[in-house]
Design a protein around this ligand. Structure first.
Ligand SMILES: [Zn+2]
Length: 623
C-alpha cells in the first residue's frame, strides 16, 4: 500500500517533470521554428515574387507537351477529327465531295478541333488530361474519341463557282499592205478555274450560312486591262447557335436546367480552347530537337497582324527605339496575340475573345491582357490619356503604354538616352540592358549589379533556349534597316500589290487537297489569276520552274538571310541565276501544282529552303 502510495508520488513527480520538460521543448521548438520562419519568410516571399514576375508562360510548357503518351493520343484525336471533318461534304445537289475546299478557307476555321474531343471526355468522365496518361494505351479514351468525333462531325455544303480572268488589249488594225489603219480591242481569256465556296456549315456551334455575289474587278497596267469575275462573300449569318452542343451536353450529363446547360457549355468551350492553345502555343516553341523555333509564331493563332506591325513602327518612331526591340518584348509577353489573357487561375493561356462575356474572367484585377500584358495597368494607361477598359485590346494603346514605360520610366531611371544608343552595331546590348531588365520588374539590381546582370542574361534578356527578349530582338533586327532619317524601314515588300487577303495562314492546318494535318509553310494570298507577283526581297533566283513538288510553277529567290518561295504561278518572268532587286516582277498569280484556285503561296525560309526552316512570312513582310 505504502509502496503503492510512494509509487504514486513518484509517478506524479515524474509526470510533472515530464510536463515541464515537454513545455520547455515546446517553447524551444516554437522559438526555433519562429527563427526559421523569420529567416525563411523573406526567401519564400522573394521566391513568390519572382514566380509572379517571371513570365508565367514558361511554367506549363514542359507539362503540356513531350510526353510520348500525350503526343500519341493527340495524334489520334487529330486523325479522328480530320476524318469527321470530311465525312459529310457535298454540293447543294447532294454530290459528295471528298475534301474541304472552300476558297476562303471558312470550312477549316469551322472544323471540329481535336481539343473538342479532349474537352468532351473530360466533361463526361470528370477526369483530367493527366489521368488520360495513366491508361498507357488510352484504349478507353480512344474509343470515346471515335464516338464523340462521329457525333459532333460537322456537315458542309458547297456551291461551285468560277474565277475567270480576261485581258483586253488594244491591238493595231492593219490593211493588206501592213499599214496601221486603226486600233481595236482584243480580249483573251487568261484563265477560267472552277472553285468551291462554302454555302452552309452545320457545326456544334451553330449553322453558318454564307451568301455570295458575282463581282468584277478591273485593273489596268502596261499590258492592258485585266478583268476578274468571281464570287465574293457578301454576308454570313449564324442560326441555332450552340444548339447541337447544348443538346449533346444535356443528354450526356442528364442536365435539366437551362442555366446548367449554359454554364457547362461555356466551361466546355473554355476547356477546349485552353487545351488547344496550351498545346499549340507551347509546341511551336520547340522544334524537333527541342530548340526554340522563333519563326513559327503561334502557329495558326498568332500571325502578326498588319495593325500590330503598324503599331510597332509608330511606337518605334515616337520613342526612338528600334521596332525589333519592341518585337522582342511583344514576343516575350504575348507571342503577338493582341487578345491574349496570360493568366487564368488554372494556369492556362486563354484568348480574351473566348471569355469576353464571362464577368468572372474579365473583372479579375490580377489579370494582364494583350500584346504587352500591360493594359490592366490602369494608372499607366490613364497617364497617357487612354481608357484602360475600352482600349484594353487595342494594339496601338498596348504598345504605346509599354514603350512609354520602357523608355520614359525605366530607361530614364538609368540615364539611357535612346537617341544615343548604338542600335546599328552591338553596343545597344551593354548600353540598355539595365533599363530593359528593369521593365521586367525584378529589382535585385540595388543589391548587386553583377547578380542582376547574370540573371538578366540567363533568364530574361537571354535564355539558354535562345528566346529571351534580346535573342528574339536580334533575330528581327535582320528585317529592318536604318534609313537616312534615323528611322527604320522594312527590308522587304508585299509580293502581290493590291491583294492583301490571306486565305490560309502560316501554321498547322488541314491541307486543303491532301486533307492531312500538316504545317502550312507559308501564307496563301488570294489574288486573281494573272495578278502581278513581285519579289519581296532582293536576291538571286535559284529556281524558276515546275519540278512537280506541288508548288507548280515556282520561283525561289535567295539572299544572305532568306529563301523566298513563290508558288502556283501561272507564268514566270525571271531566269535562274538572275540577280533581282526588291520589287521586281517575277511572274503572275496562277493555280498550278496542288492548288484549289488561283492564289500565291508565299513561303520564307531562314537560309536554304531545303532545310525547312520556314518562318511566318508576316514577320518579314507587311503591307
Ligand atoms: Zn499555300
Amino acid at each position: 500500500m505504502n509502496n503503492d502510495m510512494n509509487n504514486n508520488v513518484d509517478n506524479n513527480e515524474r509526470n510533472s517533470v515530464e510536463k515541464k520538460h515537454k513545455k520547455k521543448t515546446r517553447r524551444i521548438s516554437k522559438r526555433i521554428s519562429r527563427k526559421i520562419l523569420r529567416f525563411l519568410l523573406p526567401i519564400i516571399l522573394i521566391f513568390l515574387l519572382i514566380c509572379l514576375a517571371v513570365d508565367f508562360f514558361f511554367y506549363y510548357i514542359p507539362k503540356a507537351v513531350n510526353t510520348a503518351e500525350n503526343k500519341a493520343l493527340k495524334t489520334y484525336a487529330i486523325k479522328q477529327t480530320d476524318k469527321a471533318n470530311i465525312s459529310d461534304l457535298h454540293l447543294e445537289d447532294g454530290t459528295k465531295l471528298y475534301e474541304m475546299c472552300d476558297f476562303n478557307g471558312k470550312d477549316t476555321e469551322l472544323a471540329l478541333k481535336w481539343s473538342d474531343l479532349y474537352a468532351m471526355v473530360i466533361f463526361e468522365d470528370n477526369t483530367s488530361i493527366e489521368s488520360f496518361n495513366a491508361d498507357k494505351e488510352n484504349k478507353k479514351v480512344r474509343k470515346r474519341f471515335d464516338k464523340i468525333a462521329y457525333d459532333l462531325a460537322p456537315s458542309f455544303t458547297y456551291i461551285k463557282g468560277n474565277i475567270k480572268v480576261t485581258l483586253t488589249k488594244e491591238v493595231p488594225v492593219t490593211d493588206k499592205e501592213g499599214n496601221v489603219v486603226g486600233i481595236k480591242q482584243e480580249t483573251t481569256v487568261i484563265s477560267n478555274d472552277t472553285v468551291y465556296y462554302l454555302k452552309t456549315a452545320n457545326t456544334i456551334y451553330g449553322t453558318y450560312n454564307y451568301s455570295y455575289e458575282a463581282k468584277t474587278d478591273e485593273r489596268t497596267d502596261s499590258e492592258g486591262t485585266w478583268t476578274t469575275t468571281s464570287l465574293q462573300l457578301v454576308n454570313s449569318t449564324v442560326t441555332d447557335e450552340n444548339k447541337r452542343l447544348d443538346e449533346y451536353l444535356k443528354k450526356m450529363l442528364k442536365l435539366t436546367e437551362q442555366r446548367e446547360v449554359e454554364d457547362t457549355r461555356n466551361e466546355f468551350i473554355q476547356e477546349s480552347i485552353g487545351i488547344y492553345t496550351d498545346q499549340e502555343n507551347s509546341e511551336w516553341l520547340l522544334d524537333e530537337n527541342n530548340n526554340a523555333s522563333w519563326g513559327m509564331i503561334g502557329g495558326v493563332d498568332a500571325n502578326i497582324s498588319a495593325d500590330v506591325i503598324n503599331a510597332i513602327m509608330k511606337a518605334s518612331e515616337k520613342y526612338s527605339i528600334p521596332p525589333w526591340l519592341i518585337m522582342g518584348y511583344c514576343y516575350h509577353e504575348s507571342r503577338f496575340i493582341a487578345d491574349i489573357m496570360a493568366c487564368d487561375d488554372l494556369g492556362k493561356t486563354v484568348k480574351v475573345s473566348a471569355v469576353k462575356n464571362n464577368p468572372e474572367y474579365m473583372n479579375n484585377p490580377r489579370r494582364s491582357l494583350g500584346l504587352m500584358q500591360v493594359t490592366m495597368w490602369s494608372s499607366k494607361c490613364r497617364a497617357l490619356g487612354y481608357d484602360p477598359v475600352k482600349e484594353a485590346l487595342n494594339p496601338y494603346v498596348q504598345i504605346d503604354v509599354a514603350c512609354n514605360e520602357l523608355v520614359n520610366i525605366k530607361f530614364k531611371q538609368f540615364n539611357i538616352d535612346p537617341k544615343k544608343v548604338d542600335w546599328k552595331g552591338n553596343g545597344w546590348v551593354e548600353q540598355t540592358w539595365k533599363g530593359c531588365q528593369a521593365y521586367n520588374g525584378l529589382v535585385y539590381y540595388n543589391q548587386s549589379v553583377a547578380k542582376a546582370k547574370e540573371y538578366a542574361f540567363t533568364h530574361y534578356l537571354r535564355t539558354p533556349k535562345g528566346d529571351g527578349i534580346f535573342d528574339i530582338a536580334e533575330k528581327y533586327k535582320l528585317n529592318f534597316q536604318l534609313n537616312k532619317n534615323g528611322g527604320y524601314t522594312k527590308i522587304s515588300v508585299w509580293p502581290t500589290p493590291n491583294y492583301y487577303n490571306i486565305t490560309s495562314p502560316f501554321g498547322m492546318r488541314i491541307h486543303p487537297t491532301l486533307h492531312v494535318r500538316k504545317l502550312h509553310p507559308g501564307i496563301d494570298i488570294g489574288a486573281p489569276s494573272g495578278a502581278k507577283v513581285i519579289s519581296a526581297t532582293n536576291g538571286v533566283v535559284i529556281r524558276a520552274s515546275n519540278v512537280g513538288d506541288g508548288y507548280g510553277n515556282c520561283v525561289i529567290v535567295r539572299n544572305s538571310a532568306y529563301d523566298c518561295l513563290y508558288g502556283h504561278l501561272s507564268s514566270i518572268s525571271v531566269r535562274v541565276g538572275e540577280k533581282i532587286p526588291t520589287g521586281k516582277q517575277i511572274g503572275n498569280v496562277g493555280s498550278t501544282g496542288f492548288s484549289t484556285g488561283p492564289h500565291l503561296h508565299f513561303g520564307i525560309s531562314k537560309g536554304d529552303y531545303k532545310n525547312n526552316n520556314w518562318i511566318n512570312p508576316l514577320t518579314i513582310v507587311s503591307h
